[in-house]
Structure formats: C-alpha cells, structure tokens
Design a protein around this ligand. Structure first.
Ligand code: ADP
Length: 254
C-alpha cells in the first residue's frame, strides 16, 4: 500500500493553453496572447497573476474561468472542461462553484445590495437564509446598507457588496480581475483583506493585479511575460515580485 497522501484535485488546471485572436482585417497577422500556459490552482489556494501591461493576465484569467475559449490546449474548471460543456451546464457550474469580482463591480443596478448578494444562490435554485446574507453584508461592513441600490453606494461600497456576494455563495474558486483598480488605497486594502478572508474560509482565489502589494498577499505569484509563465514565487514580498516582473530590483536603474 502506498503511503503517499493523494494530492487534492485542482480547482483549476490549464494544460498547454494557447490563446490567439484572428487578424482584425484581411491580410493582417493574428495576435498570439498566450503561448502555452500550464498551471494549476489547488483548493483554498490564493494565487496572484502579475506581469507587465499587455502580458496576457486578463486573458489568462478569462480562459481559466471559462469566459473565453482557449485556441489550443485545455482548461479544467472544477474538474470540467468549459469548452465541452453545454451552455446550460457551464452556467450551472459557474453559479454553483465560481465567484467573480471585477474592477467594474458588475452589480445589478435595479436590485438592492441584499438582493445582489442573494442573486447567485437564487439563480442556482438554492435557498439562502436571511441570516447568511446579513452575515455576509456585516463581514464587509455594510450591514446598514442592505436596502441601498448600487447607484446609492460609493465605488468602494459597491465592490464590498460584490465581495459579500462571493462570501455568501461560498464558491470553490473566486476569480478577481483588478478588483482594487477603481478604489482608493485604504478601500482597496480592505477589499483585499476580504478576498484573503475568502481564501482562508476555503475558496481558492485567482487574482489578476498590477498592484504588487496586493499580489504579495497571495500564497503563490505567477509572473507572466509575453503570454508565457516567466516565473513563480511562493509567498514573496512586493519587492521580490517587482524584481521578477521587471528583471531588476526596484530603484536599481534610477
Ligand atoms: P493584461 O491583462 O496583462 O494587460 P490582456 O490579457 O488584457 O493583458 O491583453 C493581452 C494582449 O492581448 C494585448 O496585447 C491585447 O491587445 C490583446 N487582446 C486582448 N483581447 C483581444 C481581442 N479580443 N482581440 C485581439 N487582441 C486582444
């Protein structure tokens, strides 16, 4: 009998992932954005993806999340290949196991904060207890804003509603694309703290960010350059991430 402890099934796995876009006009050249990415994200792991602007971070996140089909290679999201799932099954997989936090918040403007938080559960036919929603709003400091619509909330508050929605749904994986991009420093730090909390509560988190302090909260940082994985760091400091992204220590070329 083997004494090896079996490794858990990754929540996200990419194998030789290539993404290219066809030429915008006839005779043009195709844009190759991802050149062959293989990576996994384990249950409960907090992974940040960093790299220079245009290196393919958002495209990689969208492919991993099943929002963009790969051109070649394979993605497994919660053990399923989004490219082969029928649309209805993919939607169910997303609603039941996947949370999203985008820079633009993506709340439904006509629904209150409470209703936005309960939406994923309602869409997947799951009953949510009022106390759970109250607890999720309280966790992000918005217990007294439940009846407000997104338009009546600041950007930071809207992002916190989006995170309360994720916390209430308890997804197995959260994809976050520059979630602090539209927030001031202090609000951004609070939002990152909540994402870290989601990871501690058992959700894996995949975070795309250009904020190296934010990335330094992750268990593992994947550095992208020109659509390929340039390096991987475990619990690095922001300075170590800077050096990996730019190829030299901060301030070295001044
Ligand atoms: P990052 O998030 O690292 O800034 P992106 O993933 O947004 O990078 O984009 C990587 C590259 O892919 C960019 O050069 C961008 O112009 C290109 N790209 C992204 N989406 C498309 C698209 N729909 N069609 C053509 N090129 C695209």
């Amino acid at each position: 009998m083997s004494s090896d402890v079996p490794s858990p099934t990754p929540v996200v796995a990419a194998r030789d992932l290539v993404k290219s876009y066809p030429p915008a006009r006839r005779g043009g050249t195709e844009t190759v954005v991802l050149t062959g990415i293989s990576m996994t994200v384990e249950p409960g792991e907090f992974v940040a993806i960093v790299g220079p602007s245009g290196s393919g971070k958002s495209t990689l996140l969208y492919c991993l999340a099943g929002l963009e089909p790969p051109s070649r290679g394979q993605v497994l999201l919660l053990g399923e290949d989004p490219a082969t799932l029928l649309r209805g099954r993919l939607a169910r997989l997303r609603r039941s196991g996947v949370g999203f936090v985008f820079q633009s918040f993506n709340l439904i403007p006509s629904l209150s904060a409470r209703e936005n938080v309960t939406l994923p559960a309602r869409l997947s036919g799951r009953r949510v207890r009022a106390a759970e929603v109250t607890a999720a709003l309280a966790a992000v400091g918005l217990q007294d804003r439940g009846s407000h619509r997104p338009g009546e909330l600041s950007g930071g508050q809207q992002q916190r509603v989006a995170i309360a929605r994720v916390l209430a749904a308890r997804p197995r994986v959260v994809f976050a694309d520059e979630p602090t991009g539209a927030l001031d420093g202090a609000t951004g730090t609070a939002v990152l703290g909540l994402l870290t909390q989601a990871a501690h509560a058992g959700s894996a988190v995949v975070l795309v960010t250009h904020d190296l302090e934010a990335a330094a909260r992750a268990d593992r940082v994947i550095v992208l350059r020109d659509g390929a994985i340039h390096g991987e760091l475990r619990t690095p400091t922001a300075a170590e991430i800077f050096a990996a992204v730019h190829g030299h220590p901060a301030g070295a070329l001044r």
